[in-house]
Design a protein around this ligand. Structure first.
Ligand code: ZN
Length: 129
């Protein structure tokens, strides 16, 4: 057996080589079925602290923003195993939508002008562009 192009001595141990083998296969890929009810049941079993309505709302939100079923499935599974995560994190930035709209501090314009004045009064350093 020769080492694989990814540097592993045994190509069967290499996920990249196995994925390449699968792509070369003539076998058509299996159908992926939506199983929302089962996913909700799994989420509730794995995370009894989660509320069923929150999980359903998260899945609906994921669908509404264009996530595929596969993305929602993998995304929710990742959240399940994060003990601090909540279902609404399935949609990016849904944790706290207001956090994105940070209000600048009231004196930010004044401080910017001060900095500009300070920089303009400094002599140019030789060699600087
Ligand atoms: Zn390989």
């Amino acid at each position: 057996m020769s080492p694989c192009p990814h540097g592993l001595a045994n190509p069967f141990m290499c996920p990249d080589c196995r994925a390449a083998d699968r792509r070369r296969s003539d076998k058509p890929p299996a159908d992926i079925h939506r199983a929302s009810a089962e996913l909700v049941a799994l989420a509730l079993a794995v995370r009894p602290d989660w509320d069923e309505a929150d999980i359903r709302a998260a899945l609906a939100g994921a669908h509404a923003v264009g996530q595929t079923w596969e993305q929602a499935l993998v995304g929710l599974a990742r959240l399940m195993v994060d003990g601090r995560a909540v279902p609404r994190e399935l949609v990016p930035n849904a944790r706290d939508p207001l956090a994105l709209r940070r209000i600048p501090e009231p004196d930010v314009a004044h401080r910017g002008a001060e900095l500009a004045r300070e920089l303009l009064t400094q002599p140019d350093q030789p060699g600087e562009v």
